[in-house]
Design a protein around this ligand. Structure first.
Ligand SMILES: [Zn+2]
Length: 319
């Protein structure tokens, strides 16, 4: 006698439990109804309260994020069904299992991408909102003046390391420091060819256009760029590596440290080199004609600095 029955099946798709009630006739599914699931669908960021942000105007989510969200939704609601003989059914089940695993993996990857992107946007928007409320709106007059021109007293050349933001370390307010950051806060010597010299362009702008009164080069503790410089093999002459090619600007500082402190452990050699590289960059600054000219007319000062974030200490010196 043919038997009809109902059973509850729990499956996992895209990391979510989906509960289905399946009606079967002679062991074959004839209908299924999704009766529940663990709702953790990807969500767009909650931008409530950010509608008043005007600087810059809020941008819509990028097409790529919409695409990712759309793809994610499709995966979350993929239909699951199948009929046939037992052997065919087994094959189908195996295939479905394999596809499910692949989809699960893909969905997990997409989810990570979505979360990462959405959180980054949220962080930026909320960060700006905080800045606007706590800094901009409390000193609008100052920002209106800055909208007309900038007259910073300092140009600061610092490392790109996320732990050594000069505005944080020196408590600079907007408009107080014209800042240029790169790996290991290095300044290459002046080059007449002027090719791809971001440092040269920034220096020229700071000295000739803005007319800063001080150029500060700041090194720091545990600098990855300096460690890279100190770790280059002696016989390394040709390299295709951007970092190695860049940090070699500090080669002569490394040579001095190797000669005078070469017996010390590498971390100690790096500490010496962090300061020696700053002095080398200060020397290199003087090879730029407009810096040299400004020094000769006493309209600019060159200052070296070393920020030790391990002990929260700063050393500054003038040359
Ligand atoms: Zn660094």
């Amino acid at each position: 006698m043919a038997m009809a029955s109902r059973r509850i099946a729990v499956s996992e798709v895209a990391g979510q439990e989906i509960i289905q009630e399946i009606e079967e006739f002679e062991g074959k599914a004839i209908s299924s109804e999704q009766i529940g699931f663990n709702p953790t669908e990807p969500k767009l960021p909650d931008l409530t309260g950010l509608a008043t942000v005007k600087y810059p105007p809020p941008e819509p989510l990028s097409p790529s994020i919409h695409h990712q969200l759309s793809v994610g939704s499709i995966n979350l609601h993929s239909p699951t069904s199948g009929t046939g003989t037992k052997s065919t059914e087994n094959k189908r089940n195996n295939l479905k299992k394999k596809k499910k695993e692949q989809k699960k993996q893909k969905s997990q990857n997409l989810s990570m991408t979505i979360d990462k992107d959405v959180n980054a946007l949220e962080q930026l928007k909320y960060g700006f909102d905080h800045f606007k409320k706590e800094i901009y709106e409390k000193d609008v007059e100052r920002f209106e003046e800055l909208a007309l021109e900038q007259k910073p007293k300092f140009m600061v050349i610092a490392c790109a390391d996320s732990r050594v933001c000069p505005s944080t370390v020196f408590s600079f307010q907007p408009g107080e420091a014209f800042t240029f950051r790169n790996i290991a806060s290095l300044v290459p010597p002046y080059c007449e060819k002027k090719r791809n010299s971001g440092v040269g362009a920034a220096l020229e702008y700071a000295v000739k256009i803005i007319k800063v009164e001080n150029i500060v080069v700041v090194g720091h503790s545990r600098c990855g760029g300096i460690r890279g410089l100190m770790s280059i093999p002696e016989d390394s002459h040709n390299c295709d590596d951007f970092i190695e090619d860049w940090v070699k600007i500090g080669w002569s500082a490394r040579e001095v440290v190797k000669k005078e402190h070469g017996t010390l452990p590498i971390p100690d050699q790096c500490s010496y080199c962090e300061k020696a590289a700053v002095n080398l960059s200060l020397d290199n600054l003087m090879t730029y004609p407009f810096v040299k000219e400004a020094l000769e007319t006493n309209s600019i000062k060159l200052i070296g600095g070393h920020y030790d974030f391990v002990n929260c200490d700063i050393t500054v010196w003038e040359i």
